[in-house]
Design a protein around this ligand. Sequence first.
Ligand code: FMN
Length: 330
Amino acid sequence: MRGRRCRGVHVPHRAGRGVSATASIDPRALRQTLGQFATGVTVVTCRAADGEPVGMTANSFASVSLDPPLVLWSVDRSARSYDAFAAAERFAFSILAQDQADHSNRFSKPGTEKFTGVAIVEGMGKVPLIADAAAHLECVQHATFDGGDHLVIVGRVERFVRHDRRGLVFSQGRYGVVAPHPGTVGAPPREASERHPYDDFLVPLLYRAYNHLFRAFSDTLAAEEATGPQMRILAILAASGPTDDETLLTRTMLSQTSFADARASLLAMGLIADRDAIAAITEAGRTRLGDLLNQAAAQEGRSTGALDATEVELLRDLLRKLVRHHESAP
Ligand SMILES: Cc1cc2nc3c(=O)[nH]c(=O)nc-3n(C[C@H](O)[C@H](O)[C@H](O)COP(=O)(O)O)c2cc1C
């Protein structure tokens, strides 16, 4: 067999005997296939001949050589800013940090207002650099090459700076973050004797993490003369509206006694109302819940100090996914 068929795309092993290698290539499938290669994201910038700042998102960035220091990228010949980049003597790359996906979106849309409201730093030759990026590389144009519908531009690096920020990732058409590959980096390997017997199981890990985080928060709750069960009932009623006791008990995952105590105390404080065994949160209850959630957010920030903001968000996303899976199951 001379070629393989994969999702309807015929990929010839060899072009020959009048068969064009590109004749059967579907550009969309090719783009998707190239998307398997994870990259970082840069915003390439320069000044147009009239001095206006020009910038576009690009992930075609690649290193070429250390001596001399060369890097490259390719610009779409049909891009609005093509002429500016093809002619620019100087240009720069801002390697975006993981919290700068909004900059990537902004600079990947055609338009003249791309720089409005974006914090920039002026580089060599007044080329604008995106502030707070993971790194900057300032270049002079070294060479250009024909790259089909793109122009390949090679730059000689004149100045560069690396900031202590993780880079944004782009893979399979989506943004990602850099996370250590499980089992390779991250927590240093520990001696078997030191290892907690349940370290490899999710339930004990979640339970222990919950206890550590909740222990810190329960002091805050105690200072507020509130309890975890009360907060749970308020949160469920605020989200779901009036709820009968049986459903409420199930959703709080509390024991019958803790549920009954928490419900009675909330009723006595006027934070919930009861009509025909259906509980509903009151205005005072909503205010109280808002205060407690603010305290919880502050405490959570302190308790998750071992993770950076993106890791905390990632953890939240994963847990939400897990919870949603179970709660949407029939
Ligand atoms: C993640 C990502 C990477 C991109 N990489 C490139 C690239 O390397 N070269 C390119 O010409 N366009 C690339 N684009 C598309 C341009 O950013 C987009 O066409 C932009 O509108 C060009 O700006 P302009 O229309 O003002 O010239 C990329 C877009 C995204 C979202």
